[in-house]
Structures are given as C-alpha cells and as structure tokens.
Write a protein that binds this ligand. Structure first.
Ligand SMILES: Cc1cc2nc3c(=O)[nH]c(=O)nc-3n(C[C@H](O)[C@H](O)[C@H](O)COP(=O)(O)O)c2cc1C
Length: 211
C-alpha cells in the first residue's frame, strides 16, 4: 500500500466487525512493524497489554466511558508508557547500553555521561518523566496504527478512560502512564464510515513566538 494511502486511509473507526478476528500472527506482524519506531537513546519505553477475551474487554470498557468499540473489536490494546524506562537498572535500559557499546555507538567509559544525560533530560521533574514516557510511546502507537492500516487492519485510539480505575482493574504498576487504548480489527462493512475529519492547514501548523 502506498504510504500516502496509508496516511489518508487510516481512520479512527467506530464500528468493528465482531465476527472478523485478528490472528495472533497478524497482530505480531503489526507490533513488530510498530517496534521500528524511534525513541530517545533508543530506550523504547513502551509495552502493550493485549486483551482478546470478551470478559476482559468488558472489564476495560466499563472504565472507558462504556465505549462499545472496546468489546466489539477482536483485540483491544492497553498501551503502557514506562516513566522509569530511562532509569539505571531498568533491564531494557541496561540491554540498550550494552547494545550501544557493542555497536560502537558509545564506549563503556561514557556510562557516567549517559547516566547524567538521562537524569537531566528525563528525570528532572514529574512532568519530564511523563513527557519522556508518552512522547516515545506516542510514536510507537502511531506506528502501530499506520502499520495496521498498511496491511488492511483498522484501529481506534482512545484516551477516554479513567486511568486510575484501569490501573487498579488490571493491577498495572504505578510507574506506567497509560497514554491510550487502541482497538484493533476490521471495519464493519454494514456501517458507513463518517467523512474524513478536518485538519489544520500547513500554514496554521507553522508558528513563531519571537517576531
Ligand atoms: C490519543 C487519542 C485519543 C482519542 N480518544 C478517543 C476516545 O476516547 N473516543 C473516541 O471516540 N475517539 C477518540 N479519538 C479519536 C479522535 O477523535 C480521531 O482520531 C480524530 O477525530 C480524527 O479522526 P480520524 O482518526 O478518523 O482521522 C482519540 C484519538 C487520539 C489520537
């Protein structure tokens, strides 16, 4: 599929065909493609909880404005952003450092600099920790939705949910922010898709504050 068609064709679809499953292999392909997303220092602070079971999806739906698409879609993902992903001792952070040294992108004696850089960039305040986790995980989530579309699978991102209630329901540790849920499946052909939404123009997007 042409990339422009993917960009224009991806829509947040409200109606999923409950009779059309997304196989584990297909979901793995989508997640594998999304995993190519970039992240600061390649820390990749994202994780997914994959819900397929109807009872589990309904447990999520009740904390998410009762949005019906959560249980209608064959798969709904709880997207997790690790606010501690940058910290020394985090297993993926340590793996990442070893990989950077192995690849020659960093030397072992740069470790102190690396620790200080992450602390000042990502650990300086609570808002920095949330920003670190969510900006990187946002790239992953966007990649996932575009990857899905590129192979004919539809999605719907949602932040209309009670994060504390979802955290409690699924015993999600406090160091994860939950930036969004993503329903994954196929558009219900019996329904009609709403017209494409408006977008800011290229001119409206560009700003300056210093003139
Ligand atoms: C982070 C995020 C959260 C969203 N949350 C919801 C939601 O809870 N419920 C909903 O119906 N739509 C939600 N949307 C869908 C947006 O309304 C939709 O993406 C936007 O109107 C543009 O439409 P399009 O995606 O079809 O182009 C969300 C989208 C994003 C990116």
């Amino acid at each position: 599929m042409d990339f422009k068609d993917v960009l224009y064709g991806r829509r947040a679809i409200n109606f999923f065909d409950p009779g059309k499953p997304v196989s584990e292999a297909l979901l793995d392909e989508i997640i594998g493609l999304a995993a190519q997303a970039p992240s600061g220092f390649n820390i990749q602070p994202w994780s997914l909880m994959v819900l397929r079971d109807q009872e589990e999806k309904l447990r999520l739906q009740k904390h998410a404005w009762n949005q019906f698409k959560i249980s209608a879609a064959p798969v709904t993902l709880i997207v997790l952003a690790d606010m501690d992903g940058w910290k020394t001792g985090n297993p993926f952070l340590e793996k990442n450092f070893q990989e950077m040294v192995r690849a020659g992108d960093m030397t072992a004696d740069q470790r102190q600099w690396f620790d200080g850089a992450r602390e000042s960039l990502y650990g300086a305040s609570e808002s920095r920790k949330v920003a670190f986790a969510c900006k990187n995980t946002g790239f992953f989530a966007m990649s996932l939705m575009l990857a899905a579309k590129s192979i004919g699978v539809d999605t719907h991102p949602m932040d209309g949910f009670d994060m504390d209630a979802v955290r409690k329901e699924f015993k999600i540790p406090d160091h994860y922010w939950i930036p969004m849920l993503i329903a994954v499946g196929y558009f219900d052909a019996a329904k009609s898709l709403s017209p494409a939404k408006w977008r800011k123009t290229v001119r409206e997007i560009q700003v300056r504050f210093d003139t």
